[in-house]
Design a protein around this ligand. Structure first.
Ligand code: SAM
Length: 230
């Protein structure tokens, strides 16, 4: 039996490519975006009551990693990319039906638009449903997960003076916390675990409409070297 799902909206996000998106929501509070709702959910009736709610679950499609061949095991980056576990023990993007879920902060509610922060969602992500976060049911302090017990360890992020000035100027222009976004995302150490970076190797990613370039001074120290228009 097959079922047909229709997106109720699409994500407009600071993240224009998969690389350097945090591995879970709320790890980068400066990561902001908006869910643009489609008719008929773009009417005020559909979002009535959400102004009393601080966080929502976004149920979405991993539209950039959809695959036709089922995977039973996946290699989560968190385990270094060289150990595989069952797909149902992982939050990997390659999964049956390609469905993802993220609890994000709801900043502002408008008819047709939900402004959110702490997102781990790519620009253009199709949204299948939105549900309120319910603290008494969704927060489970006694729960444990030995595979992902703690948030990823952060590494240090420093700036070349010119790069910091560039980021501050783009922050003013975009009215977005660009400096914090760069620091919070790069501190997650976005590099694939198998890569041994050298200080000569330049990494880059696009946030909003700016290209951010950085290098690793050591395995635990990133230096941002440029923030320019993409
Ligand atoms: N919180 C969600 C969950 O648990 O279902 C997503 C977790 S998944 C490990 C997070 C990664 O998904 C991000 O680092 C990003 O690279 C990737 N991602 C985000 N949006 C995507 C999309 N629309 N298609 C494919 N990959 C996406």
């Amino acid at each position: 039996m097959t079922y047909r799902l229709n997106p109720i909206g699409y994500v407009r996000s600071c993240f224009k490519e998969k690389f350097a998106i945090p591995r879970q929501p709320l790890l980068a509070p400066a990561a902001q975006g908006c869910i643009e709702l489609l008719p008929p959910y773009d009417q005020a009736d559909a979002v009535a009551g959400l102004e009393d709610i601080s966080h929502i679950w976004v149920i979405f499609l991993f539209h950039k990693t959809l695959e036709s061949t089922p995977r039973l095991k996946v290699r989560p980056p968190r385990l270094g990319g060289n150990k595989s576990i069952g797909v149902f023990a992982s939050r990997a993007t390659h999964r049956p039906n390609g469905i993802g879920q993220s609890a994000v902060r709801l900043e502002r509610v408008e008819a047709g638009r939900l402004w959110v922060s702490g997102i781990d969602l790519l620009d253009g992500t199709p949204v299948l449903d939105i549900k309120p976060y319910v603290p008494y049911a969704d927060s489970l302090p006694m729960a444990h997960n030995a595979i992902a017990e703690y948030a990823p360890q952060l590494i240090a992020v420093s700036w070349q003076a010119s790069a910091l000035e560039q980021a501050q100027a783009h922050a003013l222009r975009l009215q977005q916390p660009v400096v914090e976004l760069v620091e919070q995302c790069l501190a997650q150490d976005p590099r694939p675990a198998y890569q041994q970076p050298t200080p000569e190797r330049i990494y880059g990613v696009q946030f909003w409409d700016v290209q951010v370039r950085w290098r690793y001074l050591t395995l635990e120290q990133i230096e941002v070297i440029e923030v320019c228009l993409a």
